[in-house]
Every structure is written in structure tokens, then in C-alpha cells.
Design a protein around this ligand. Structure first.
Ligand SMILES: Nc1nc2c(ncn2[C@@H]2O[C@H](COP(=O)(O)OP(=O)(O)OP(=O)(O)O)[C@@H](O)[C@H]2O)c(=O)[nH]1
Length: 382
């Protein structure tokens, strides 16, 4: 039954991976289930009484497959949360060590207890490391990470305890019966843990796809900042929050100067690079909770929550001078950029579109006054 379940989960994981190859970690998790199926098939061989598992090769293979199952889970977790892959030497050394332990305690110094203790400790530690990887990366906010981290953690802890359960079982009356029941329990536990992990993995896939869809719907493809629609909706929310506290919200409209000339002189590709460069410079100048969006073409809007007019004025000036001081470096030399900025305060109760319209007027005045400057409009006209 376990082998059948593993085969089904393996096929499901493979199908999911085949259609979602860009999801980090999924390939490693699919491999993990493949090795898990290998373990179940090898154990099935033993249950049906084949000769094989009495010799060293199947025992070594089972141990290496158990190690590979656990290692691929960790590799998947690391890839999913964006950590660098471990050097290839780590899994190779781990597989050799596990295989060596299995061989040594099967052929040279037969000792099932020590063999199981060492093998379980290695894979238990790997599952705990997988749980820790998710715990350190957003477990609090994302339910899929909570589930998979719990499944990895519990399974890891159980693997570490397993040899001691056997030891305890062997000291009570009716030891052979207890050992056999423990074996069945262990297989049951592994099956349940692997099913939970598979559910967790599928939920993670769902989380990733949902985040991707949200990103595509909300973000500007070229620069990665919010698109116009998403920016306006965030501005509306921030505006109503500011309305509750009766505070004004600074809104900036930033337009790159003579951008058409950059495209004409250096080509559209350099124009695109210039837009990205501008966004990078701006993001370096803003705080974490400031929000930026691309309104279209070479026009961007920014709002600065919890900021007074004087501070917003300082931020605008700093942004203007930073952009002017940091040209885009290309193969053919630096390409200078400047921006014209319109700054207004979105007053409590004012519609975001109206504030943006006023910021646009301020920006237009900055253009008219010679560009590369900030114009701040004082009062709402609506
Ligand atoms: N490379 C690139 N160019 C773009 C993009 N979107 C809009 N543009 C170009 O941006 C230029 C904007 O030109 P204009 O509206 O005349 O403005 P400008 O040249 O910046 O002049 P001022 O705003 O008056 O300083 C046009 O040539 C558009 O083709 C884009 O995504 N990539």
C-alpha cells in the first residue's frame, strides 16, 4: 500500500513539476518522491520475502535512497525560499557516508541497532533542517509553509526518536511482537508524513502560482514597480487611512526629462535600461513603506506615508539630485538623466485621482520652468 501511494504521489509530483518547471524547488521535491518510491519498493521486496534484502546491496540501496529522499526535501526547501544550493560535495559525501554506514554495519560488523540509529539520525537532521529553512522564511504569514514545516519537523523528530523506540521495545516482554508492531508503525508514520509533505508541497505550488499571478496583475513588467491600477488602489487605501488620522499624504509625480531624445539617440533598449536605472536609483532613495508606481511611459508616481510636507520636499529634492548625479553607464559611455517632479499633499477626503492630477500640474510647471527641478503645489483645488 505504501509503495502504491508513493508511486501515485511520485506521478502527481512529476506531472505538477512538468507543467510548472519554473517553480523553484519543485524538481528536487519530485526527485525526493522518486527516491521515496525507491525506498518503498525496496521495503516491499523485503516484505514479499525476496532474497535481496538479506544481502548488503539492497540494505545499502535503501539507506542511500532514504538519505536522498531527505536531502532532496532540504534542497527543495532551500530553492523555494531562494537560498543558494549546497555544493554537490554535500549530497555526494552524505550518500557515501550513509551507504558506508549501511555496508559496515551489515557486512563487516553486523549491528542493526547502530545502523538504524546512524541512518535515522542523518535523515532526521535533514528533515529538521528543511523545517528550519521554512521557519526562517515566512512561516508566520503563509499557511502552506506552516504545514510543510510542521510535517518536516515532526517527521525529523520521529526519525531521531525511532532507534530509541526500538531500544525501549526490545527491553519489554514480548519483544519480537513489539518490534514487529513498531516496524509497522514506522512505515505508517512515514507514509502519513510523506502524504502531508506532498499536500504541503502542492499548497506551496499554489502559493507560488498565486503570487506570480498577483505580480503579473499588479506590477509593471519592465521596471517591477506597481502598475497604474495597483498604485491607484494602494493610494486610495493609504488616502483613507490618512483621512482617519486627519493627516495629509505627500504624492509625487516624476517624469524623466527629454526621454524621447534618449530613445532616439541611443535606441529603445537603452531607453528601457534608463527606466530601470531610474527605478533602482529611486528605490535606493525611498523608505521601505514608500510606494512607487509607473503611470505610463516615462512617468512615475510615488506616495510617502506618514511624511510631512517639509520632509517630502527634502525627499523630492534628494531624488532629483541623485538621478542627475548618477548617469546610466552603457558600453558607449554614460547617459545622463534628469527628472521633473511635481509634489502635492493629498488632503483628507481628497480623491487620489484629483491629487495625482494636481501633482501632474505641478510636474508640468517644473517642465515649463526648465526641467530638472521640483515644484510643490500648496493647496488642493478640489
Ligand atoms: N524605451 C522606452 N521608451 C518608452 C517607453 N514608454 C514610453 N517611451 C517613450 O518615451 C518618450 C516620451 O516622450 P515625450 O512624451 O515626448 O517626453 P520627453 O521626451 O521625456 O519630453 P519631456 O517629458 O517634455 O521632458 C516617447 O518617445 C515614448 O516612445 C518604454 O517602455 N521604453
Amino acid at each position: 500500500m505504501t509503495a502504491l501511494l508513493m508511486a501515485i504521489m511520485c506521478a502527481v509530483m512529476f506531472a505538477v513539476w512538468r507543467f510548472n518547471r519554473n517553480i523553484p524547488g519543485l524538481q528536487a521535491w519530485t526527485l525526493s518522491y522518486l527516491f521515496g518510491f525507491g525506498v518503498a519498493a525496496l521495503l516491499l521486496g523485503r516484505d514479499s520475502g525476496t532474497e535481496g534484502l538479506h544481502s548488503a546491496l539492497p540494505v545499502v540501496s535503501t539507506f542511500v535512497c532514504i538519505f536522498a529522499t531527505a536531502y532532496c526535501s532540504l534542497a527543495g526547501a532551500r530553492a523555494f525560499v531562494g537560498q543558494a544550493p549546497l555544493p554537490m560535495a554535500v549530497p555526494v559525501a552524505g550518500a557515501l557516508l550513509t551507504g558506508g554506514i549501511a555496508f559496515y554495519f551489515t557486512v563487516l560488523q553486523p549491528n542493526v541497532g547502530l545502523r538504524v540509529l546512524l541512518g535515522s539520525t542523518i535523515s532526521g537532521a535533514l528533515y529538521l533542517a528543511s523545517a528550519r529553512t521554512f521557519k526562517q522564511n515566512g512561516i508566520g504569514v503563509l499557511p502552506a509553509r506552516r504545514l510543510i514545516s510542521l510535517a518536516y519537523g515532526l517527521h525529523g523528530a520521529f526519525l531521531l526518536l525511532r532507534p530509541w523506540l526500538f531500544k525501549l521495545g526490545s527491553t519489554v516482554d514480548g519483544a519480537p511482537d513489539i518490534a514487529s508492531q513498531l516496524s509497522h508503525f514506522i512505515i505508517l508514520e512515514s507514509t502519513v508524513a510523506l502524504i502531508l509533505m506532498a499536500f504541503g508541497t502542492l499548497m506551496l505550488v499554489n502559493e507560488h502560482v498565486t503570487q506570480e499571478l498577483r505580480r503579473v496583475a499588479e506590477k509593471d513588467f519592465l521596471t517591477g514597480v506597481f502598475n497604474r491600477r495597483a498604485f491607484l488602489s494602494l493610494l486610495e487605501k493609504a488616502g483613507s487611512l490618512a483621512h482617519r488620522t486627519q493627516s495629509a499624504l505627500p504624492v509625487l509625480l516624476v517624469d524623466l526629462d527629454h526621454f524621447k531624445q534618449i530613445n532616439d539617440r541611443h535606441g529603445h533598449k537603452v531607453g528601457d535600461l534608463a527606466l530601470r536605472h531610474f527605478v533602482a536609483v529611486t528605490e535606493g532613495c525611498l523608505r521601505k513603506h514608500d510606494v512607487m508606481g509607473r503611470m505610463g511611459g516615462e512617468e512615475f508616481a510615488i506616495f510617502l506615508p506618514h511624511t510631512q510636507r517639509e520632509d517630502a520636499q527634502r525627499v523630492s529634492e534628494r531624488l532629483r539630485s541623485l538621478v542627475a548625479a548618477q548617469p546610466l553607464m552603457t558600453d558607449k559611455g554614460p547617459v545622463g538623466l534628469t527628472v521633473s517632479i511635481g509634489l502635492v499633499m493629498c488632503h483628507p477626503g481628497e480623491a487620489p485621482e484629483n491629487a495625482l492630477h494636481r501633482a501632474d500640474q505641478a510636474m508640468y510647471q517644473a517642465k515649463q520652468a526648465g526641467r530638472n527641478r521640483v515644484v510643490s503645489l500648496q493647496a488642493a483645488s478640489a
